[in-house]
Design a protein around this ligand. Structure first.
Ligand SMILES: C[S@@+](CC[C@H](N)C(=O)[O-])C[C@H]1O[C@@H](n2cnc3c(N)ncnc32)[C@H](O)[C@@H]1O
Length: 268
């Protein structure tokens, strides 16, 4: 608790990142990783193997961009640095260790950006229709543009809709039904992929769109997923990731994600 509190104080974060809990989530993610590292290993190995396999085919390896970089659990900084001359990490909030690393190493650049484009608008949401209008607006805009030899979207796609949905439920004091949530998640996923497609360079996407909850006896109590069209991408692999074994998030259930990896088709 004391370590978490110190990290909360010293990690640089924008008012929006603090207000919407990104800073808190970033620090909890790091500590969950420390508790669950053993069970996460097969997932992390898959991410790293796919990254190494992908970079073998690149025509050149000058630059890499990681969207939703967080703590770089999936592709550690040393793997990026051993293979690329310049590294750009993009997230709403960057951990303290990346700020220190960027100060010491001019090859590492941190970009603090809302890749979903909606955080500054969340306070204005008064109804589901407002969120639908916002999504319509976002779908017409360029939310980000990067050019690099490789652009990785690292388990970010499924995160983008979470805060807008949470904010809407809070501001309207009404819970969204499952179909509404799926529609919103699909829309944010499609917008992310549209912007990613328009970036220049090979793209690698890791995404956890499907979830399974199990009770202490191992019986499945909930499964959920939503559709997203990966046009222009080819699926390389999918696997299960035990995100939270029993007693990690709750004593009543475990949470397992299905993670998919996609590579963009251009230049293959
Ligand atoms: C599951 S973590 C990604 C894990 C990471 N790729 C790794 O290797 O450890 C999701 C990340 O997405 C970031 N994120 C969520 N919504 C975002 C947004 N709208 N813009 C930018 N980053 C966002 C979070 O701050 C978090 O760091």
């Amino acid at each position: 608790m004391i370590r978490e509190a110190i990290e909360m104080i010293f990690t640089p974060a924008t008012p929006l990142a603090k207000k919407y809990g990104f800073l808190y989530h970033s620090i909890s993610l790091k500590h969950r990783y420390e508790r669950c590292e053993k069970v996460w290993l097969p997932h992390l190995k898959n991410c790293q193997d796919i990254f190494l396999q992908t970079i073998q085919d690149l025509p050149q390896k000058k630059s890499v961009v990681v969207l939703g970089s967080a703590h770089l659990h999936e592709i550690p900084l040393h793997l990026l640095a051993n293979n690329f001359e310049s590294i750009t990490l993009v997230d709403v909030v960057h951990p303290l260790k990346h700020h220190w690393a960027a100060k010491r190493n001019s090859r590492l650049k941190l970009v603090t950006l809302d890749l979903g484009g909606s955080l500054a608008e969340l306070e204005k949401l008064k109804s589901l229709q407002d969120l639908k209008n916002l999504i319509q607006d976002l779908s017409q805009k360029e939310l980000f543009h990067f050019e690099a030899d490789l652009i990785v979207s690292g388990n970010l796609l499924s995160q983008l809709a979470l805060l807008p949905m949470e904010a809407l439920e809070k501001y309207t004091s009404k819970n969204l039904i499952l179909e509404e949530k799926d529609e919103i998640c699909t829309a944010y996923g499609e917008i992310h992929l549209k912007n990613l497609r328009a970036c220049k360079g090979r793209k690698l996407v890791y995404t956890d769109r499907a979830v399974t909850y199990r009770d202490p006896e191992g019986k499945v109590t909930y499964t959920g997923s939503y559709p997203v069209h990966f046009d222009g991408f080819t699926k390389i692999k999918d696997w299960n990731w035990m995100l939270a074994p029993l007693k990690e998030a709750s004593k009543d259930y475990s949470i397992e994600m299905n993670v998919e990896a996609y590579i963009s088709n251009e230049g293959r």
